[in-house]
Design a binder for this molecule. Sequence first.
Ligand SMILES: [Zn+2]
Length: 414
Amino acid sequence: MAQSHKTLKVSAPLVVATNRQWLENATIIVKNGIITDIGPTRNLSNVKADKVIKLKEGLISAGLVNAHCHLELSFLAGKLKRRTLFTDWIEDLIAARLKATKITVSTATAKAARRLIEMGVTCVGDVTSSFDVTPVLVKTGLRATVYHETLGYDPGIANEQHNNLISRVSSATCTDLIRLGVSPHAAYSVSGALLKKTTEYAKTKRLPLTVHLCETEDETTFSKFGKGPFSLLHNRRGVFNVSVHGKTPARVMADGNALENALCVHFNYPSRGDIALLKKKGASVVFCPNSNKWFKRKVNHALPKLLKNGIAVGLGTDSLASNTDLDIRAEARQVMKLFPDMPLETVYKLMTTGGAKAMGVDNGLGELKPSSPFDAIHLNINVSGKKSPLHAIIDSRGPVLRSWVAGKEIFNNN
Ligand SMILES: [Zn+2]
């Protein structure tokens, strides 16, 4: 991995600074990982730097944000069947995780983290229930929020599960680039008692929180009435409906103080009033369109309505147990397919500032402008004709040429 340089000067034929501004023959000046200047190369030619990179081809864009992933499930790539019932897939997942060896899981986790980087991600929101993912992420140089997951529908195990969560979070590495968070898994898998403990802990420790919300219609049926496939799943696993929530999943989370500034994953099947509730609580959403496609779900996603209501939305891949790749540009292409009228600048925003804002890392990340961290990618794209650079980026396939996080080169494919 390359050394970080105190001052860095990078020029390229094209720099996509934001979703509305791109500059031909431009130069970016970076000091201690932060952009201090950006403009036409001819205006910045006298600026000295410890390291100068003159890119002859391609374009530079802000790095991409994958706001929802489970790297530790990457060993399941191509292994699980597409089940009609989500609960059957969950049971397959649980069985496969019990059988997997530590080395299989860790090898696949490291490989998937490299895949994220080569496909242009510089910031990831990862959900984990182990001790092992943070060290992998630290090694890669990625910017990340690692959300430590907790679950257990039986209130009798809430204490035990919570102590386990505390021990994982307390021992996890935290760096300038790695932030820790928590994740009460979902309304169908967390008891009221465990939810309360988790949200109190998050508040005390000021930890960001993410939750799977309204992924399937069965989730709402179970949450409201304690019936349906999730009830059968719990019964098969020896957990009976001792504490039916009796309300919608979003209401469960709101009443458990889990919705304030929370990152809500999926939000495929909201109930009436949920969007207003999210807005009131300052919650954000991660949309995972290719995971929905993998499950063959018919989702009429509320994405346009969320954006119209000013709710921050980012894109996520979810895991390789329910997706074929960890490729945010492929997620953006699926958004364009589902919403052909959506402006390109909105779709590009979902991959960059939208994801950063949804994750609550709104420090200028996702744009290349003064005071933003230099988290960027170099793509082998030479835009010609009338094609918008944003379209060219979304349309591009394959690995990026180079990546930087906080001014440090973390990937070089040259
Ligand atoms: Zn997930």
